[in-house]
Design a protein around this ligand. Structure first.
Ligand code: SF4
Length: 691
């Protein structure tokens, strides 16, 4: 019988649609990442070193950070639960749902929930669970697991989505991606409004104040953590950061590495449930801290894998993942792992057992592209080699191998004969400089003979197959010749012309923070905010305070709007709501699903990302910037700050039960990587900036 791993790989390789989808995803993601890194405030490697040091510090002292985090989260009125394995985590969710007689659960994307097979368990218990991330919604309809940790439906083409929407939702067949997204928006809007419980993941938990950070682009994370009365957040115990400064660092790296954005559209900072006087936000918030094998990994040679912040960049960079996709990463019994790609090939055996998933580490060329792409500089090739060598401590609880010695395909003593012969030949050649040079020359001649660009010989069986795939063209000179030429050029150059090689050190989290960047003059700050917001698809108008009511009224009239949801008078410029009411606009502070425009103030703006900062509070409903199709915000010029770090230090931000950082209109690229605006949150964001 064929090994299921091999069978899945063969199926994937025989699927040209999958290859095209994976290539397109990887190319777009990687080029967006390169572009986004240009705007980093410091050298990328310096930031990666710092991020690595922060994560290493947390994992080394996990128990003390967890204790601090749990205490602060509990002080914030989060109800904290701890689950040592998947069964316990599922049981806690079931009990909370039962306490609230829940029937419908709206869920945003959470890899921990995939890992513990939460949906299946909840459905078995008679609950209806609906995934609300567009990609997750599509694969849920198809009955499939995600094939990528960031873009779950990356393996599908628009026709596949059209077919499943036609079959399961009864929609007329269309391949128009905007129409497909709008259809999903309509269906899922009902779910958000009716759900008894919302379940989300957590990107980071902050030890110093017990805050949860969630990032989403579509707005579904905000919806499930705001609209249902009960919110349950699932978090792996390793996802802790010591301080808000560390969060700022990760928020520079995570969105850039995941989707090539400077900041994800919605960054939600949640401290606790709705407070007295607030008219929206979940009234009860539970946090489930899931171990499920993480402590075991921490004491194993794979501990560094716990530094992962789940950005997905290593999947995009991996030449093997780009050929086979996430559904090919299966255990010995054919079960698809929740975590594919290079990081998945390390954490899957670590979490679920080497006996079942140790084979995944074979799906790597060890080229190092994953390490290079990783924003926290995890040495993935080293970890993959450890898995291959069977260095996975703590397999015992799984009991899957019945005590038999674990055998890995490349473990010493199991080297295939052909490979052994090839390595011996290579060792003999490499032992002599003359033999090595001669072999290089011979290889160059042979590869050029086989080249489809060769003018003097073209072999029929080598007519360009490799050039349409991933095999690079042979170099016209040997490495040795290239190196000598480069060295000669360097010797000729004057010292001042020599390229500067950046020296990066890896400071510990306790090392001094980088020197503050001199602040931009306020005019430049405003211009930068405007440029970034417009790039994101928002609009910006600088105006005098007494012009605001008329300008907003004109915008509402242009939109043909007669009712809005708004913050209360005291939270907006004086006389604004009175002017609108006098002009016949109905103003509601409570959420009304049919209202098309929301009007809010803003605590601050972040110039480097064009981000609005909106704290919850009495008179400041969160839904005004979430439910309507259009969001209008009033921001004062003196509240624009240059960096995210400055904003995270604002006192008001620490006092609110929840804070939303909003960077432009809601967006998705879940279908064929095509950018579509307005999935769940507003499709328009207009900022009136008061001088
Ligand atoms: S290992 Fe690194 S690149 Fe891969 S998902 Fe984790 S953080 Fe991202």
């Amino acid at each position: 019988m064929t090994d299921p791993f091999i069978a899945h790989i063969r199926n994937a390789l025989a699927n040209p649609g999958l290859q095209a989808a994976l290539d397109s995803n990887a190319e777009r993601r990687l080029s967006a990442l390169q572009q986004a890194c240009v705007s980093l405030p410091e050298d990328l490697q310096v930031m990666r070193d710092r991020a690595h040091a922060v994560r290493a510090e947390v994992i080394s002292n996990l128990d003390s950070y967890l204790t601090q985090f749990i205490k602060n989260a509990s002080d914030n009125d989060l109800i904290v639960h701890q689950a040592s394995n998947s069964d316990q985590a599922v049981q806690i969710v079931l009990e909370i749902s039962k306490q609230h007689s829940a029937k419908l659960i709206a869920k945003s994307k959470s890899m921990v929930s995939e890992e513990i097979h939460l949906n299946q368990a909840l459905e078995k218990a008679g609950l209806q669970v609906i995934e609300t991330d567009l990609g997750e919604f599509i694969i849920q309809l198809r009955g499939e697991p995600p094939s990528h940790i960031i873009t779950p439906a990356v393996h599908l083409r628009r026709g596949d989505v059209a077919e499943i929407f036609q079959e399961k939702l009864g929609l007329p067949y269309t391949e128009d991606i905007s129409a497909l997204t709008a259809a999903a928006r309509n269906v899922l809007r009902e779910t958000f409004l009716k759900a008894d419980v919302g379940i989300s993941g957590v990107n980071f938990g902050i030890a110093e104040n017990g805050m949860l950070c969630l990032v989403t682009n579509e707005g579904n994370g905000r919806m499930v953590s705001t609209l249902p009365q009960v919110h349950i957040a699932l978090m792996g115990i390793e996802r802790i950061l010591p301080t808000l400064d560390d969060l700022a660092l990760m928020l520079y790296l995570l969105p850039r590495s995941a989707t090539g954005q400077k900041l994800t559209v919605y960054t939600s900072l949640i401290q606790g449930p709705r407070r007295e006087g607030e008219i929206d936000g979940s009234q009860e918030r539970h946090l489930i801290l899931v171990d499920n094998g993480r402590r075991r990994i921490r004491s194993s040679p794979l501990a560094e894998s716990l530094h992962c912040i789940r950005c997905g960049a290593c999947l995009n960079a991996c030449p093997v993942f780009r050929e086979i996709g996430g559904h090919a990463y299966v255990g010995v019994g054919g079960q698809i792992t929740a975590y594919p790609g290079p990081i998945g090939s390390v954490v899957s055996p670590g979490l679920f057992g080497g006996a079942d998933f140790g084979q995944l580490a074979r799906a790597s060329s060890l080229c190092g592209a994953c390490k290079e792409a990783c924003p926290v500089d995890i040495d993935l090739p080293k970890l993959l080699l450890r898995v291959r060598a069977g260095l996975i401590e703590g397999d015992e609880p799984f009991g899957a191998n019945n005590g038999a010695e674990q055998v890995y395909p490349s473990a010493p003593g199991h080297v295939p004969g052909g490979l052994r012969l090839g390595l011996s030949l290579y060792a003999w050649i490499a032992a002599s400089p003359w033999r090595f040079t001669a072999a290089q020359r011979l290889a160059g001649v042979v590869s050029r003979m086989f080249s489809p660009y060769s003018s003097w010989m073209r072999l029929p069986s080598f007519t360009g197959w490799g050039y349409s795939r991933d095999i690079p063209r042979p170099s016209t000179m040997t490495f040795r010749r290239w190196f000598s030429k480069e060295m000669q050029a360097l010797e000729i150059a004057e010292p001042s012309e020599l390229p500067l090689i950046p020296v990066s050190t890896a400071p510990s989290p306790s090392s001094p923070a980088p020197p503050p960047i001199s602040p931009l003059p306020s005019r430049l700050l405003i211009e930068r905010f405007e440029t970034e917001l417009i790039t994101l698809g928002g609009t910006f108008k600088l105006c005098l305070e007494n012009h605001i009511p008329q300008l907003i009224l004109e915008l509402l009239q242009e939109q043909g709007v007669s009712a809005i949801q708004a913050w209360e008078d005291a939270e907006l410029p004086a006389g604004l709501l009175a002017t609108l009411r006098a002009a016949g606009i109905h103003v509601s502070h409570k959420p009304v699903p049919s209202i098309q425009v929301g009007l809010t103030g803003a605590l601050a703006g972040v110039a480097e990302t064009g981000t609005l900062v909106l704290p919850s509070g009495a008179g400041r409903p969160q839904t005004a910037s979430l439910l309507p199709e259009v969001h209008i915000a009033v921001l004062k010029t003196e509240d624009i700050y240059e960096t995210l770090l400055e904003v995270l230090e604002l006192r008001e931000l620490h006092q609110a039960s929840a804070v939303d950082l909003i960077s432009g209109p809601s967006r998705t690229a879940d279908i064929e990587m095509t950018l579509t605006i307005g999935v769940h949150g507003p499709r328009e964001v207009h900022v009136f900036c008061v001088e």
